[in-house]
Design a protein. Structure first.
Length: 266
């Protein structure tokens, strides 16, 4: 049974565009389901998860609850298990089922930017949180790909890299992580609320391509700087739409109109 209520759980959720573009697709399909942002504190998360289960709701989970919510799900898809994080859920047989569509969303965004994924591609990932875990789970499916991972908290990179040890190496300096990369991914929130950047473009390898997971109308300071320095670059809007379209499919069993979703982002 498709959910009759959808929520986006986060704290804070004010920056998220998901209610806007999901509602556009839901309304266009005539589904009559409301999708609402719900600000939930960590202390209330377990109780909220129980009441969502009781009312057979579905939805998305965003910063900072993806990992904690994953533990509250009675069932997780293989992708949610691999990342340790849930961004999409629904209810089935009296259980919350958790999935992670950020993985396929990132994969689609990277393919849009790179075209075919080159065999043995070298990827630099900045950040070691939930989004970085989704990036690693996607890159794991790219033949021969190697990742160099940098984050400001070395222990966090090391802990994440342990789970993907076959192809991920941790660097303690950003410039070392960037060296030789074909694809550079910003998986930190830097640039989300202002024009700060996670790296200086002079440190980007020649011909490297930048995928900033942060999304902002008009692009991010990082994508603007990368374009200015002659690099191909995109912000997180494609990933956002692609992960959202996959969430929609999980809830309703058919694909949404992605052009409508994108138009609703403005
Ligand atoms: P997270 O779990 O909180 O992890 C954030 C990571 O960034 C951590 O490694 C953190 O380091 C680092 N970081 C945070 N602030 C920093 C700063 N000022 N300087 C340097 N490093 C910093 O968050 P997340 O879920 O991975 O999300 C990261 C970003 O990706 C968010 O902006 C989110 O909106 C975006 N995202 C986009 C999509 C999409 O569809 N486009 C999907 C998922 C996420 P510490 O461990 O040291 O705090």
């Amino acid at each position: 049974m498709p959910p009759t209520r959808l929520v986006l759980i986060g704290d804070p959720v004010s920056h998220s565009l998901s209610p806007k573009f999901q509602s556009a697709a839901i309304d266009a399909a005539g589904l009559g389901v409301k999708y609402e942002a719900m600000k939930v504190s960590s202390a209330d998360l377990e109780q909220v998860a129980q009441s969502l289960l009781d009312e057979s709701a579905g939805g998305n989970v965003t910063v900072p609850h993806k990992t904690a919510f994953s533990r509250l799900c009675g069932e997780r898809t293989a992708t949610a298990e691999r990342t340790g994080a849930v961004n999409t859920f629904w209810t089935r047989d009296g259980k919350l089922v958790g999935d992670n569509t950020d993985v396929a969303g990132f994969d689609a965004a990277a393919r849009e930017l790179l075209g075919e994924i080159p065999p043995g591609v070298k990827v630099a990932v900045i950040g070691a949180g939930g989004a970085a875990a989704a990036v690693l789970a996607a890159v794991e499916g790219w033949p021969g790909a190697k990742v160099r991972l940098f984050s400001r908290t070395l222990e966090r990179s090391e802990k994440l890299a342990e789970r993907f040890a076959d192809f991920v190496r941790v660097d303690s300096a950003l410039q070392t992580a960037l060296a030789g990369a074909t694809l550079v991914v910003n998986a930190t929130p830097i640039g989300m609320t202002d024009d700060s950047v996670p790296l200086e473009t002079e440190h980007l390898p020649r011909d490297s391509v930048v995928l900033d997971l942060v999304y902002r109308p008009g692009g991010t300071a990082l994508t603007r700087a990368a374009h200015g320095a002659g690099h191909r670059a995109a912000d997180g809007r494609t990933m956002l739409i692609e992960q959202g379209a996959r969430s929609f499919e999980k809830w309703f069993g058919f694909a949404p109109d992605k052009r409508l979703m994108r138009a609703a982002l403005g």
